[in-house]
Design a protein around this ligand. Structure first.
Ligand SMILES: Nc1ncnc2c1ncn2[C@@H]1O[C@H](COP(=O)(O)OP(=O)(O)OP(=O)(O)O)[C@@H](O)[C@H]1O
Length: 295
């Protein structure tokens, strides 16, 4: 059996070197012949993941933040042979790990690789790229991208909130048209979230109804609102019941076309994406993942 281990030495607090040997030992202990790949720059993880598919590797294990995992998923998405996949989270937010129940402590996540539970997981397609967690569209999304790496490392989820608040105060209205499975929505939302999982910006349970393999995109339309409503929504995000807020509308769909009066920037899995118009669809149960059994 062959495994490929892809790691990003710069992810999170640059801890990969510290965990590299233990991870390789665990893989070898499971009987794998291990091919080790260290990323040096953007897209390396995508190229390595494609190689793993071409070489019919049995198990692909990645170590890094959401950005690295997103690159791996982009490498796997279009290949015919897609190996069993899992990852050790080392980033600052780690939304995908939160949604899947992969331990955030790398020691525990490495131990969890010894378990044999597998699950098919949905991924999303946006234009010719892929994502596993969320697309955010609107002024807030642009602001989040402007949060510096230093801010994110120091404050984690708080950096997102802070930048979000600045965007709300700037109060920019853009009309959007959302064409989904069962109709068309028109309006001027503050923020649109298109989610595959329940974890956004480090807030687990933000999108309570989303399961990692339900075959659906969960669209949250956060409507234009004053600061008091935003504070109320903030509280609901923390409590995990945002969908019950009357400033929020929810649509479930398998695909969606998002258009806007002026081009709006989007944020894909925490990194800068393309501008509107955007076509997004779900690829149901597309990747087989090794993840801990949920209790
Ligand atoms: N050796 C390297 N040195 C510096 N940057 C790298 C290296 N290898 C890959 N990268 C870059 O790191 C990016 C991904 O970082 P990643 O998301 O894993 O960590 P993070 O930013 O700390 O985590 P998070 O996304 O949770 O904030 C890749 O898109 C790539 O551009």
């Amino acid at each position: 059996m062959k495994a490929m281990f892809i790691y990003n030495p710069s992810s999170g607090k640059a801890d990969a070197e510290q965990f590299k040997e233990t991870t390789i030992n665990v893989l070898e202990g499971l009987g794998y012949k291990v091919i080790i790949k260290e990323t040096e720059k953007q897209n390396d993880a995508t190229v390595f993941a494609k190689e793993a598919c071409a070489e019919k590797i049995d198990f692909l294990l990645a170590m890094g933040g959401d950005g690295t995992i997103n690159e791996v998923v982009n490498g796997l998405a279009e290949q015919l042979h897609r190996p069993l996949f899992s990852f050790i989270p080392l980033g600052t937010v780690n939304d995908f790990a939160r949604a899947l129940g992969i331990p955030l402590d790398p020691h525990l996540a490495i131990e969890a690789v010894k378990m044999s539970h597998t699950q098919m997981v949905d991924i999303g397609q946006i234009g010719d790229k892929y994502f596993m967690n969320i697309v955010a569209i609107g002024e807030i999304a642009s602001r989040v991208a402007e949060a510096t790496v230093e801010q994110k490392t120091k404050m984690g989820s708080l950096a997102y909130l802070l930048e979000g608040m600045k965007a709300i105060i700037s109060d920019n209205e853009v009309e959007m048209t959302i064409t989904h499975d069962s109709g068309i929505w028109k309006g001027t939302p503050l923020l649109l979230l298109v989610a595959l999982t329940n974890s956004v910006g480090g807030f687990e349970k933000m999108i309570n109804s989303a399961e990692v393999n339900d075959g659906k995109l969960h669209i949250y339309i956060i409507k234009q609102a004053g600061l008091t409503s935003i504070a109320r929504m903030g509280a609901k995000i923390l409590l995990g019941n945002l969908e019950k807020d009357n400033g929020v509308e929810m649509i479930e769909t398998s695909s969606v076309l998002i258009e806007s009066k002026k081009p709006l920037y989007c944020n894909v899995d925490g990194d800068e994406g393309d501008c509107t118009p955007l076509e997004i669809k779900v690829l149901p149960k597309h990747i087989k993942m090794l993840i801990p059994l949920k209790d």
